[in-house]
Design a binder for this molecule. Sequence first.
Ligand code: PHE
Length: 443
Amino acid sequence: MQREQWGSRFGFIMAAAGSAVGLGNIWKFPYLAGSEGGGAFLLLYLVIMVTIGVSVMMAEIAIGRAAKLNPVGAFKVVGGRRWIPVGVLGLVTSIVLLSFYSVVGGWTIAYLLKTFTGAIGSGSAEVLAGQFGDLVGSPLEPIIYHGLFMVLTILIVLLGVTSGIERSVKALMPLLFLLLLVLVIRSVTLPGAWEGVEYFLMPDLSQVNMGMVQAALGQAFFSLSLGMGAMITYGSYLPGDTNIRSSSIWVISLDFLVAFLAGLLVLPAVFAFSMDPGAGPGLTFITLPAVFGAMPLGMVFQAVFFAMLLIAALTSSISLLAIPVAYFSETFGIGRKPASLGVGLVIFAIGVPCSLSLGIWGNVVFFGMSFFDFLSYLVDKFFLPIGGILTALCAGWAAYGKVSRELENQGELPFAYLGLWRVVVRFIAPLAIIWVMIAGFAS
Ligand code: PHE
């Protein structure tokens, strides 16, 4: 069977940027920047993105294109049999990550619908906190929304790489930017917003500390969808003449831009209404609705916001589902449709106890955490960093010949740049991630 390819470079960049731009940018980045010292965090994050981030992204895309296979097959082809476990780790990570990512994706559907019905709106932060707790803790409701989110994800993936994924991201990503711009303009023109803009943009370098560096590196990997084969899978559909370096730079710039704009959307609005920028994960579902509730036409902006969040989550979840779907259809010769349905159903099933663990199953704990927190801890602290280290090492050492050939592609990558890239994937990226892991456990 002919392997599918992206129809255009634009389509690939939108798909890869769609994977990268997700809940990580809009939900997590602003609250990290809010609690980790604003401008200093932003600067550090940018530095990590353009050094380690771009190098590992180029490595993943090149591995995928060299092998033209799912991550398990790709690591075997470029690195040899002993690298297969790295692909398997990516496969497992994609399934586990999507199972709880989709639960949060479901909340965004719930908030969008509840904005239209008026169920969530114009409340104080206390009321909104109660409503959020009620939603995530109730036994049935969030599971229905989680199911709905998985249905949307499955539908796009089963239609195929070009007619499903590429077609949807080409429409959704520009829409996302448009909605985001509307919101940023609203936010920075609020009276009193300037203090938030300053907090976000003025780096106070005396604030930089090890904890901040760790948070920035972990966030960069998660946000760029690295360390688990998503970019390998998307890279495997990339035509041979597309420039990997410039495409990676596009994806990273777009991902950074959305995180930056999300910070400009959230922090000034939060400052304008004298709320707490360090509110943590509740910033999106509690603080922001309180802000919307207090501004003129707030419900319109709230609907725009949750629509944008849903798009961001969906274009990421399809890249997660694409990994096991590629694996099962290529390894066992299953069609794309049954593979999408089958894997999607399994992921939905794993998400059910995740959701329940925030409510009625809250007393079942794993290492002192709810099932939801436990899975997210596993992915954040083990699967992604270990996957990232091994991917960089594979590209820099075992698969260097094949990977560098993809990158050099008709002299696209200047020699000095290739040398720099090699130092980063061979030494700097693995050591930096190991250091982050060790320091993370020590603290
Ligand atoms: N990058 C996505 C986000 O920021 C999450 C993600 C990670 C998606 C890994 C796919 C693969 O939300």
